[in-house]
Design a binder for this molecule. Structure first.
Ligand code: AMP
Ligand code: MG
Length: 415
């Protein structure tokens, strides 16, 4: 059976970069920049004051001391941020100036207001100041012609601010992937319907939709489709037309009513793999249909979410041009002994906690692939390779972090 590593490689080999679109600045957050941003101006655009204080000529302060202060006459006109003056500063005078205001001609330093003594219309200065003190230079942050943001960069809030200061109201980014979600199963009802004997609520289309949104893509929740060839085919055809990636849940196992695989292939999709040597998520299927990519995810609620995390999320991020497509991984010590009863790689839902210098990973409890709570409690998924059966407390395992490391040392053994 295909190894999880090989399966991931096959999936990622099918990734292609989605096209750029132009978006309003604030809509670009979290997306991939599709152009190089070159500044057409200096930032700051003019020399300005870094402090509220007094703009002076530094030679005027030569020899100033506590016992022999220099006295400068404060001009009547002051300089708030946003204002310029035509006057230039003459020796023996000072302009009162606020943070961000342009430095007037003649001045070459700013003395903070708290460092002078005000006496009538004068300031008394008790030490010398060097030229340039408390002045922010034109272009000290960005020069005209400089590359400020490189193509392919993920846009974070600071980048949004930079783009705003450059006057960019629109920006070219790689568009978001559109991902359809089809939940198959005769036993499924939607949230607001009444439960009848033998039926369960569809949770997969909800958890998947949330996962797609969390990855920064656009989910299209098609909803529940009964296990009937014609209905499954219609839902697939529509989704393939409207979306880049189609996810089905359920119906890819070997049960009598597991129709998804047959129907996808009748449509002419090319099977890339079916079944991966992993637990949960063994009956995972993956097809290409022209440029479109189709995943037949297993029906079990944990398996479906795990397969999304492990295979679909990196694919989506790669297609959206993201530099880092994988969750961070850490090495953590097992918080308890473990007995593995499978030849497949086991992906165990764990809680990772920090105790002293050591990261510990503790199982979230029953690991059945239908037990969604094991996923809800987890902040990590540990990879337990199939080579051996007995694992001892303290042995290191690799954990993919799906959320922050929580401070829950009470679940972990004493370090
Ligand atoms: P299947 O692969 O279709 O046989 O489904 C495997 C298991 O997952 C069965 O117990 C289903 O009832 C359950 N299941 C399938 N689809 C969903 C869903 N959308 N939400 C919750 N459970 C599901
Ligand atoms: Mg089913």
């Amino acid at each position: 059976m295909l190894s999880p590593e090989r399966a991931l490689q096959i999936v990622l080999d099918q990734a292609y970069l989605l096209e750029p679109v132009e978006l309003r600045l604030l809509d670009s957050r979290g997306m991939t920049l599709a152009e190089e941003i070159v500044s057409d101006m200096d930032i700051p655009p003019f020399d300005n004051s870094a402090m509220d204080g007094f703009a002076i000529r530094s030679p005027d302060t030569l020899g100033a001391s506590l016992h022999n202060p220099v006295r400068l006459k404060v001009l009547e006109e002051d300089l708030p941020a946003g204002h310029t003056t035509q006057k230039s500063l003459m020796p023996g005078y000072a302009f009162q100036i606020m943070t961000g205001a342009p430095i007037p001609a003649g001045a070459d330093a700013v003395i903070p207001v708290e460092d002078v003594e005000m006496r009538n219309e004068e300031i008394w200065i008790s030490r010398p100041y060097k030229t340039h003190t408390n002045i922010r230079d034109r272009g000290e942050e960005v020069w005209a012609g400089e590359v400020v943001l490189t193509q392919g960069k993920t846009i974070y809030p600071a980048d949004i601010g930079l783009l705003a200061s450059l006057g960019r109201s629109k920006v070219a980014v790689i568009r978001k992937a559109k991902v359809a979600v089809i939940a198959t199963g005769d036993e499924l009802i939607d949230i607001e319907e009444n439960l009848q004997p033998g039926l369960i609520r569809d949770s997969n289309s909800y958890s998947l939709t949330a996962q797609i949104a969390e990855a920064g893509a656009i989910p299209q929740r098609v909803g529940i489709v009964a296990d009937q060839r014609e209905l499954v085919r219609q839902a697939l055809e529509r989704s393939l037309m409207e979306c880049d990636i189609v996810l089905t849940s359920g119906g890819v196992s070997v049960g009598k009513y597991d129709l998804v695989k047959e129907v996808v292939e009748e449509l002419g999709a090319e099977l890339k793999f079916w079944k991966v040597s992993q637990k949960p998520g063994k009956p995972l299927a993956f097809w290409t249909y022209g440029q479109k990519l189709v995943f037949g995810l297993p029906g079990n609620p944990v398996a479906v979410m795990f397969c999304f995390e492990r295979y679909v999320r990196p694919l989506i991020l790669k297609m959206m041009g993201r530099g880092e497509i994988f969750r961070p991984t850490v090495k953590a010590a097992l918080a308890h002994d473990l007995k593995i009863k499978t030849e497949r790689t086991q992906f165990m839902r764990v809680i990772v906690g920090r105790k002293g210098e050591v990261l510990w990973a503790s199982s979230t409890g029953a690991q059945g692939s239908g037990i969604l709570r094991s996923m809800s409690l987890a902040n990590g998924i540990a990879t337990i390779p199939p080579q051996k059966e007995i694992w001892k407390q303290g042995e290191l395992v690799e954990v993919m972090l799906i959320r922050e490391i929580e401070e829950r040392p009470e679940r972990l053994p004493p370090a």
